[in-house]
Design a protein around this ligand. Structure first.
Ligand code: TYC
Length: 98
């Protein structure tokens, strides 16, 4: 009967894909100009933005440089790590789920 009817509402689940923060880590050896170049080349930053972010990493130890889907984040990390390795700089780039 209507007394015992139970209505269970279901939420329409629109799943957004998880996002990943891509971060640069500070070190004592990578030249500042190289980091600025990386931020311009791989993250589409202007020279001014790139310089500011580089200084943040230098002073604080790390900074988020962009937020992307898993596949794009992985590509950015691989591109930066390869570019740094080819230039023999110890620059590290990592990603983390937001
Ligand atoms: N600390 C480096 C230096 O003094 C510069 C630097 C900045 C290195 C940011 C890495 O992600 C980095 N030459």
């Amino acid at each position: 009967g209507s007394d015992s009817d139970v209505v269970v509402e279901t939420k329409p689940k629109t799943k957004r894909p998880p996002l990943y923060k891509v971060m640069l880590l500070n070190d004592d050896y990578t030249p500042m100009e190289f980091v600025v170049h990386v931020l311009e080349r791989f993250f589409g930053k202007t020279h001014g933005q790139a310089f500011e972010i580089m200084l943040t990493v230098h002073k604080k130890g790390l900074a988020v440089v962009g937020v992307y889907s898993h596949e794009i984040a992985e590509t950015k990390v691989a591109q930066v790590m390869d570019f740094a390795r080819r230039h023999q700089h110890p620059l590290q780039c990592t990603m983390e789920k937001e």
